[in-house]
Design a protein around this ligand. Structure first.
Ligand code: GLN
Length: 445
């Protein structure tokens, strides 16, 4: 296929920008593999893909030394669908190792630098994808969201970030972090592009046993703006400790929702203080089990051949960075016979209580409107910060994954004090992504 001028210009523009970028967002390019594919929904759209989603014939490392040199043998379903619909995949993006983190600085490639201020993080774990979009290195990027990893970096980079309903988008070809939480999400500056990409990648896939076999609304239906009847919002008292600029914009948007003629009701987030501990107990347990395959035998680079114990020990000690090791060890403890009931079983029960309470909230409300993050992006060199401090950054995002419901970060404002963007979040009931899109349209400036 001969490439048209407009395609070639766009291609060259993105290639030049990626080649000269210094934010460490893109870890690998594949400029030679793309071709123009006219008259399809995603034709002329350039994609970057998080380095934990398989692209046949390309390296796939999850930003980890243990997978250095590993070549993906097949395409993830989302990759095949994007290419079949005309999208051009031009490279892969930096991330926190195995998608564990919220800063994109736990990476064998080093930290992603926020486009708006290079001394700040881009958020994570899909920070490379979010920052690449903000910086204009592609139209659209894919990330993964297990507890906020699409929405939180989207907030820190001032763009849209969609986490679909669990089971809506196939996980086939996504390297597992916590399988009952993992979703593939979409990042873009442009809401229309998020919806177009969603309509392409959503749908049943027999290769993913957790994929749900239900109809996806047509593109036209997804783009029809319907006024939600009622939106649940938070009280001033509940949000009094968040960044004051986020606080102000949040309540100005609540006012706007009212002005649109949509009813709002003040809600309390059910079991709020239990969500983070439940999330971390369950995801660490699942991660420790999922990552056991990276042992230097089944998968991953082998570091020693002396004896079997050393082979495991050296391969895993040298292959993983500290955050991943912390989670594997915590998860193994949580699943150990003496503590399984106290932690794992109990957390499963609490997850069910949380899910039931959200089901009840959605009987009353079409959508919930809450912050994505409590602050703007922090320094890359954050001194004296503890893992728990990092985990607290996910306080408003993990619930959607605990419940499997969809959520969307919308770009909302810019902190004058910090000179950094931030977003706000819309949640809806499962398989109601169109409600998120409607409200996001209505809240556009
Ligand atoms: N920051 C969260 C964590 O570290 C979310 C990660 C994710 O969504 N992949 O677990």
């Amino acid at each position: 296929m001969i490439k048209s001028n407009s395609y070639n210009q766009k291609f060259k523009n993105y290639k030049d920008k990626i080649d000269s970028s210094s934010t460490n967002s893109v870890v690998r390019t594949r400029f030679d593999s793309v071709k123009e594919n006219p008259k399809k929904l995603l034709s002329n759209k350039f994609f970057l893909i998080k380095d934990n989603i398989s692209i046949a014939g390309e390296e796939l490392t999850c930003s980890s030394k243990i997978l250095e040199g590993y070549i993906a043998p097949y395409n993830a379903t989302v990759i095949s669908k994007i290419e079949q619909n005309g999208g051009s995949i031009i490279g892969q993006t930096n991330m926190d190792e195995f998608a564990m983190g919220s800063s994109s600085s736990f990476s064998k490639f080093g930290p992603v630098k926020n486009y708006y201020n290079n001394s700040k993080v881009a958020g994570g774990s899909s920070g490379g994808s979010a920052n690449a979009v903000a910086e204009g290195l592609c139209n659209i990027a894919l990330g993964s969201d297990t507890g906020g990893s699409v929405r939180q970096p989207a907030s820190f980079c001032g763009i849209y970030g969609l986490k679909p309903t669990y089971g809506r988008v196939s996980r086939y070809g996504l390297v597992a972090h916590a399988s009952s939480f993992d979703t593939i999400g979409i990042l873009s500056k442009n809401l229309e592009e998020v919806i177009d990409t969603f309509s392409v990648i959503a749908g049943y896939d027999p290769n993913d046993s957790t994929s749900v076999n239900s109809d996806v609304p047509s593109l036209k239906e997804l783009k029809t703006i319907k006024l939600p009847k009622k939106v649940g919002v938070l009280s001033k008292d509940f949000l009094k400790n968040i960044n004051p600029e986020i606080f102000d914009i949040y309540f100005s948007k609540v006012k706007k929702i009212n002005e649109l003629g949509i009813k709002t009701s003040e809600i309390e987030l059910p079991y709020f203080k239990y969500c983070l501990p439940t999330y971390y107990i369950l995801t660490m347990a699942e991660a420790s089990s999922n990552l056991s395959r990276f042992d230097g035998i089944r998968y991953g680079n082998r570091q020693s051949d002396e004896d079997l114990n050393n082979l495991y020990f050296e391969s895993r000690s040298l292959g993983f960075l500290n955050e991943v090791k912390r989670r594997i060890m915590s998860g193994t403890f949580i699943l150990s016979s003496g503590f399984y009931d106290a932690y794992f079983s109990k957390a499963c029960k609490v997850r069910r209580l949380i899910k039931n309470s959200y089901d009840m909230l959605f009987e009353e409300n079409d959508a919930l409107f809450i912050p994505t993050t409590t602050s703007v992006a922090h320094d890359i060199d954050r001194k004296n910060s503890s893992p728990v401090e990092a985990y607290l950054a996910d306080i408003f995002t993990v619930t959607a994954n605990l419940c499997g419901i969809p959520a969307l970060n919308i770009p909302a404002g810019f902190s004058k004090k910090e000179n950094l963007p931030f977003g706000l979040q819309i949640l809806s009931n499962s398989f109601k992504e169109e409600t998120l899109f409607s409200l996001a349209h209505l809240l556009k400036e």
